[in-house]
Design a protein around this ligand. Structure first.
Ligand code: GDG
Length: 460
């Protein structure tokens, strides 16, 4: 196989820790193979020219990083506007939060065109190009228009919604047609593949061929569920690192008489954090034996703070946590510890391992890597229990978790109670099955499976 060229909105030095599922997974994949990683530099140039940006190239171990600056206007329309105020909410089924401003689409197309222009001279004939996520859906079409003939694959890290939700986006047909410029489109779940298939059949009269191939708009694309995984060994080894161990021991000591529940998320409305906190309040209300005992530590790391909806959820969460602590707290016990800061990656496994219950209850999520990290961090002899939303992509694979509907506050509280009461042998049995699953379908499986399918796509 030729060199791997990965393209995503943000690029991170794969030798350093990153927050956010895509950066973590791609960094791990590229670290293995080497190659080129292309994307936005993170720099916003005030007063720059739309559609223009300086290119920076640097070597980071085996990986060459090529990044482009964005001017303020492009950043605001491409990134804040179309990507995060249109595609992110709609793809997470939140039409109520979408802002369909006419000016956004121009910036989105302009930046995708600029990325194609900047990337093209860096490409070699036998490169395999792997484009990631919703910011860059039309990038292959732009590259093809400039004469690029290499294999191009796309992986969508977020859910692909059902046709009638997709159809709310004014440019939905253009977006979906853009996917036909790829040889392979990878999605997180079978449910997402069905949504794609239904959309293209209903809206574009697509013909469904073998192996997930779909023919429409005069071309054929293969669409396949390739659920993303984590590097289980790396995460498990972090668990035994000094930072994780120190934290684990401190937590164990501090919560010796109490039971710890943990949530680790970016503070995003898709993650269902307020719903989770309400379920925890319901637990305290209906199962009083947990008062003065069960403690929820919720890490909600800051993200996209310049998008309005994120300020709203922060305020909602702060007032909810304050109210619960006020209503139920004791002089020596705070029911909820809410931390709105990024926690060092090396410490997260220690926190997960000290917890009796992991709460991963998004309202909608492409996959959710935290669910898998929680399982990887557990002590197999005395593991914690995962309470997982049925609306996370991970639920298709992680059937031995306690699956919940996060909109059902009392139902979620009951599942938490079941997790807190679960006998050791059942905890072990569930953990063993979950661990075997995340080991088999780890991040290396994901990369291999996607790239193998890409190398074969369109070959016949
Ligand atoms: C997208 C999709 C899909 C979180 N807080 C901190 C921190 N994290 C790390 C976690 C985990 C990652 O960030 C989050 O991954 P998720 O998968 O939960 O979610 P998204 O960022 O929304 O990622 C998602 C993913 O792409 C991959 O395809 O699973 O569905 O939405 O690794 O541990 N890391 C550190 N400090 C924190 O405070 N260091």
């Amino acid at each position: 196989m030729g060199r791997l060229v990965a393209i995503s909105n943000r690029v991170a030095d794969p030798r350093k820790a990153a927050a956010g599922g895509l950066a973590v997974a791609l960094g791990e994949a590229l670290n293995q193979t080497g190659g080129l990683w292309f994307g936005w530099s993170g720099t916003i140039v005030e007063g720059g020219t739309p559609g223009e940006g300086d290119l920076h190239v640097q070597q980071a171990g085996a990986v060459k990083l090529a990044t482009v600056d964005l001017c303020r206007e492009d950043h605001d329309s491409y990134y804040l506007g179309y990507s995060n105020n249109v595609l992110w909410p709609v793809f997470h089924y939140r039409l109520d939060l979408a802002q369909f401003e006419a000016g956004f689409i121009g910036g989105y197309r302009r930046v995708n065109q600029m990325f194609a222009r900047k990337l093209l001279p860096l490409l070699k004939d036998d490169d395999v190009i792997w484009i990631h996520d919703y910011h860059l859906i039309p990038l292959a079409a732009e590259l093809r228009g400039m004469g690029c003939r290499q294999k191009i694959g796309f992986f969508l890290h977020i859910p692909l919604p059902p046709p009638l939700i997709m159809a709310a986006i004014p440019q939905h047909e253009w977006l979906m047609r853009s996917l036909f410029a790829y040889d392979l489109v990878g999605l997180q779940s079978e449910a997402d593949v069905q949504h794609f298939s239904r959309y293209v059949q209903q809206e574009a009269g697509a013909e469904v061929l073998e192996d997930g191939r779909h023919r429409a708009f005069g071309s054929t694309v293969q669409v396949k569920a390739v659920p993303i995984g984590i590097d289980v060994d790396e995460f498990a080894s972090l668990t035994h690192g000094r930072e994780a161990q120190d934290l684990y021991e401190r937590m164990r000591e501090e919560y010796a008489r109490r039971r710890l529940l943990i949530g680790v998320d970016r503070l995003d409305y898709s993650k269902g954090i307020p719903h989770r906190v309400k379920a925890f309040r319901d637990l305290l209300a209906h199962y009083p034996e947990n008062r003065n005992s069960a403690t929820l530590i919720q890490i909600a790391s800051p993200t996209r703070e310049d998008v309005d909806a994120y300020g709203d959820i922060r305020r909602e969460l702060e007032s909810l946590c304050g109210a619960i602590n006020g209503d139920y707290g004791e002089l020596d016990w705070m029911p909820v510890r809410y931390i709105h800061r990024m926690v060092a990656r090396k410490r997260i496994p220690g926190l997960c391992r000290a917890a009796r219950v992991g709460l991963v209850t998004p309202l909608r999520d492409g996959m959710n890597l935290v669910a898998k990290e929680f399982i990887a961090a557990q002590d197999p002899a005395d593991p914690g229990v995962l309470v997982l939303s049925r609306f996370a992509g991970a639920a298709e694979q992680m059937k031995e978790a306690l699956l919940v509907n996060p909109y059902d506050t009392h139902g979620t509280a009951e599942a938490i109670q079941q997790a807190l009461q679960m006998p050791l042998d059942e905890r072990r049995r569930r953990h063993q099955a979950l661990l075997a699953g995340i080991r088999e379908f780890d991040v290396h499986w994901w990369r291999r499976t996607f790239l193998q399918a890409l190398s074969q796509a369109g070959a016949d």
